[in-house]
Ligand binder design. Structure first.
Ligand code: COS
Length: 384
């Protein structure tokens, strides 16, 4: 086990930091205010290789791993959680096509997703089925070499912005998770429309919309993996996605801690910097400790994934812990900064709003506890 970044990881951290300072940080307030997604910056991330980090070089990837990918996500999230989430969401079709797609699908889509020539999304959730993902109702009826898909997807990040989506739909109606199939659908397909932009607590630069599918005619070659294998594909993708959400949450927490710390050493009350009061310095110490612990958990999940070892429980633990501490850290950062923390003149109130959704996306933290405890029961059962 090695707790130091290697040379490649150090270089990557430096280059993404420089990119973020130049292309992201100066514009974040404007993107959030105008609720506009910076697609041109996403494209620059792609052109600079940051979107293809854990994918094979033959498909325009960097041939690295999740340990490198989370370095990039954390740095982006320190400046813009909206952009980090868009990168993480783009990663779901990337990893699904990379892991489960056939050669033709990989050649057709992976290089473009890695360079952001096209961007991607993931459509699982429906108005009536969120945590209970295996009960989705969107239906794909097989007719010869086509599927006709009808249904509604809800809370889809980047819907309307992304060009391509991995969409989960039932292909049978027995109620089993084995009825679900993963499809590649594209924005331009006839019968696909998008709902209004949802008004959200945070991440306002990203678009969240419903997707309506009315007799969408999808060729059989757009099935990813096999018919009936979609639920497992979605679950495995979410295992990886949870690592990216943990990294995003750590980025938000780091940014909040930095802001609070800078404030605490410069703000004076009762004749001295407020950091000299334990009521301020101890919460800062807790922030630093918990952020570091969350990063270690996240790095461990990424380490296991990169080695092809089981990591589902570790990814859930990383997501649970990192997002919970991001909520705690951002809330306490606002508190350390008092009235100024509550004002929009400082970014900590935004970090607090952004941290909240991290406890919800890619499986609520209650679902993470379900996943973790089921693994624990399975592990102990083997010894009984
Ligand atoms: N990897 C591979 N297969 C998995 C898996 C995983 N991580 N998790 C579940 N499966 C498989 C199970 O092995 C089971 O397969 P078999 O029927 O062949 O035995 C099948 O999937 C059904 O699993 P399970 O019975 O555990 O399903 P449940 O409905 O009880 O629970 C949860 C699954 C709740 C964990 C799942 O629905 C979930 O993660 N929900 C949250 C969804 C989510 O994260 N949404 C976010 C929106 S997308 S951003």
């Amino acid at each position: 086990m090695d707790f130091m970044y290697n040379e490649v990881q150090e270089m990557l951290k430096d280059s993404i930091k420089r990119f973020v300072e130049k292309e992201v940080s100066p514009h974040v307030d404007e993107w959030e205010e105008r609720m506009e997604f910076p697609i041109e910056v996403m494209k620059k991330l792609g052109e600079n290789g940051f979107l293809g980090i854990p994918y094979p070089e033959e498909y325009n990837g960097q041939g690295l791993g999740y340990q490198e990918y989370i370095i990039v996500l954390e740095e982006i999230a320190r400046a813009s959680a909206s952009l980090a989430i868009a990168v993480a969401v783009n990663g779901l079709p990337q990893l699904i096509i990379d892991k489960f797609g056939n050669e033709e699908q990989k050649r057709k889509y992976l290089p473009k997703l890695s360079t952001a020539e096209i961007t991607g999304g993931f459509a699982l959730t429906e108005p009536d089925y969120g945590s209970d993902a295996k009960s989705i109702k969107t239906f794909a009826e097989r007719r010869g070499d086509r599927y006709i898909i009808n249904g509604t997807k809800r809370f889809i990040s980047q819907a309307g912005v992304a060009d391509l989506y991995i969409l989960l739909a039932r292909t049978q109606n027995t109620g089993s998770s084995h009825d679900i199939t993963a499809f590649i659908i594209t924005k331009d397909m006839k019968g696909i429309t998008f709902g209004k932009k949802e008004r959200k607590m945070g991440l306002n630069a990203t678009a969240t919309r419903e997707i309506y599918l009315e007799d969408v005619d999808v060729p059989v070659e757009n099935v990813v993996g096999k018919e009936g294998y979609g639920f497992k594909i979605a679950m495995m993708a979410l295992d990886s996605g949870r690592i990216t959400i943990a990294a995003t949450a750590i980025g938000i927490a780091e940014a909040a801690k930095d802001c609070a710390l800078r404030y605490a050493v410069t703000r004076r009350q009762f004749g001295k910097p407020i950091v000299e009061f334990q009521g301020v310095s101890f919460p800062l110490a807790d922030m630093e400790t918990k952020i570091n612990a969350a990063r270690l958990l996240t790095q461990r999940a990424a380490f296991l994934r990169d080695r092809g070892l089981p990591y589902s429980k570790e990814a859930a633990m990383a997501k649970l812990f990192a997002t919970d501490i991001a909520m705690e850290v951002t809330t306490n950062a606002v508190q350390v900064m008092g009235g100024n923390g509550y004002m929009k003149d400082y970014p900590v109130e935004r970090y607090m709003r952004e941290a909240k959704v991290m406890q919800i996306v890619e499986g609520t933290n209650q679902i993470q506890k379900l996943v973790i405890s089921r693994h624990m029961v399975r592990e102990i059962s083997r010894t009984l």
